[in-house]
Write a protein that binds this ligand. Structure first.
Ligand code: KIV
Ligand code: ZN
Length: 515
């Protein structure tokens, strides 16, 4: 058996299904380019049948990213397989990923199909997918709660039909490492025509075991891991890419296998995803959390100063983290700016670069020290936004002890300029009320969060606002040295995203359509 573990990244599909993480086409493209730099083997770009927006983003990613296989997901339904086939057609190496549930529970209550019907649909879909590409993956949804004897039969039949990869999802995060390893071993022993078919694993994190289960499966012979950046995904998320990759790299002695991941691109990938979605990782998150390399206890600090290996099993540099490094100031030129963005993973078009550079100059006038984190937020703010319906032109507030907080907001709505004023319980509330009245937004404010991007009183405030309306959720972000302005930008960004999603019919929960 070879010792390369293929990384199948599903950040843009299973990851995107987590509440508030849906992305527009430009955001997906930016993330896909970064995944290519990261060196993932396969990018699952979406679920093409789910909506026209999903179809279009898979197609664009397939036509743009040439260095990875591009997969589209499909249920074992003829129209799904055709949609996936058409969407990935332009890829350098297209893959169609078909799935159907094999557990009694899912077959009986969700699919209302007999085991024989499921087996028939699985085979028919693999055969149909092979008319588009030889590169077909089959997933037995809820495999870990399926009857193993039936699972072996299904795998044997789909391999016979031409599947090159068989995936064993722990769809509901139910399994434990010893059981999962045993299941992988039994598939290797009991599927007679396995040959060089790759066994893939796909774990959810409901019991916090996604990474542990994936690693146990690798030890039992799995050679593809499905995972997401920052572990985003349905419910408690999917196996976290950075944790699996760094476990394999750091403990090569224990696993004896490795991935092709360029680990120095892990942190830029994590940051890019957070700045696109507005969903930040918890500070103590392994590998990419803010505290993952921070040594607080005196005894630890002392040890690290004497020899860093006393308390660090991997270096921050190995994951591309050069924390709080001073990067640029107001005298920096366009060239240095472009080089730095390139190093951070952003390859901008000339007009995008001009736009970002102008914003950088404005920021550099306000803020003495500009860090990598400032640049990431600035680019996300300046470049990765879709064409907004509502644009903020100006915002002014008055507040303080003894004053009723008041706000005046000026906005452009398509080609009209609208100005309104109003009061609120505080300056942020006043601004949100006025924006709500101008945009006629009825969405409910679910979460409002402010973070300082770096240290210092001149730090930019990064505001994240979550809005919800009619089952759609959108997270908006805004960054500015003035947190009222950052709040206004974040609120409007969320409103614009909701507008966009409504128009594209995206963000629909997958209960209706998918896994
Ligand atoms: O969790 C799951 O079962 C899935 C499949 C579609 C692979 O996401
Ligand atoms: Zn999944």
């Amino acid at each position: 058996m070879d010792n390369v573990i293929r990384i199948f990244d599903t950040t843009l599909r299973d990851g995107e299904q987590s509440p508030g993480c849906s992305m527009n086409i430009d955001e997906k493209l930016a993330m896909a380019r970064q995944l290519e730099k990261l060196g993932v083997d396969v990018i699952e770009a979406g679920f093409p049948i789910a909506s026209p927006g999903d179809f279009e983003s898979v197609k664009r990613v397939a036509e743009t990213v040439r260095g990875c296989e591009i997969a589209g997901l499909a249920r074992c339904e003829p129209e799904d397989v055709d949609a996936a086939g058409e969407a990935v057609r332009g890829a350098a190496n297209p893959r169609i990923h078909v799935f159907i549930a094999t557990s009694d529970l899912h077959m009986r209550f969700k699919l209302r199909k007999s085991a024989d019907e499921v087996l028939r649909d699985a085979v028919r879909s693999v055969e149909q997918a092979r008319r588009y590409t030889q590169n077909v993956e089959f997933s037995a949804e809820d495999a870990t709660r399926s009857d193993p004897e039936f699972l072996f039969r299904v795998f044997q039949a789909v391999i016979e039909a031409g599947a090159k990869v068989i995936n064993v999802p722990d769809t509901v995060g139910y399994t434990v490492p010893s059981d999962y390893a045993r299941l992988i071993t039994s598939i290797r022993e009991r599927v007679p025509n396995l040959g060089d078919t790759i066994i893939s694993v796909h774990c959810h994190n409901d019991l916090g075991l996604g990474v542990a289960n994936s690693l146990a499966a690798i030890q039992a012979g799995a050679r593809q891991v499905e995972c997401t950046v920052n572990g985003i995904g349905e419910r408690a998320g999917n196996t976290s890419l950075e944790e699996v990759v760094m476990a394999l790299r750091t403990r090569r002695d224990a696993f004896g296998v490795d991935t092709r991941i360029v680990t120095e691109e892990i942190y830029p990938s994590s940051r890019l995803l957070s700045s696109i979605t507005g969903v930040s990782v918890q500070p103590n998150k392994a590998v990419v959390g803010a505290n993952a390399f921070a040594h607080e206890a005196g005894i630890h600090q002392d040890g690290v100063l004497k020899n860093v290996m006393t308390y660090e099993i991997m270096t921050p540099q190995s994951i591309g983290r050069s924390s709080n490094e001073l990067v640029l100031g107001k005298h920096s030129g366009r060239h240095a700016f472009r080089e730095r963005l390139h190093a951070l993973g952003f390859d901008l078009q000339p007009d995008q670069l001009d736009n970002a550079f102008q914003k950088f100059k404005v920021l550099a006038d306000k803020k003495k020290v500009i860090y990598n984190e400032d640049l990431e937020v600035l680019v996300a703010d300046a470049v990765l936004r879709m064409e907004d319906k509502f644009k903020l032109l100006s915002v002014n507030v008055s507040s303080g002890t003894g004053a009723v907080p008041a706000a005046t907001v000026e906005m452009a709505i398509e080609d009209r300029v609208v100005k309104e004023a109003g009061f609120g319980d505080g300056p942020v509330d006043a601004v949100f009320r006025v924006i709500g009245s101008i945009t006629q937004c009825k969405a409910q404010l679910v979460r409002y969060q402010v973070n300082a991007i770096t240290g210092g009183t001149d730090a930019q405030g990064e505001v994240s606002v979550t809005l919800s309306e009619d089952g759609l959720t959108a997270i908006g972000q805004g960054a500015h040295t003035d947190i009222i302005v950052a709040s206004a930008k974040a609120y409007l960004n969320a409103i614009n995203k909701l507008e966009w999603r409504r128009s594209q019919n995206v963000g629909r929960r997958t209960d209706e359509k998918g896994p």
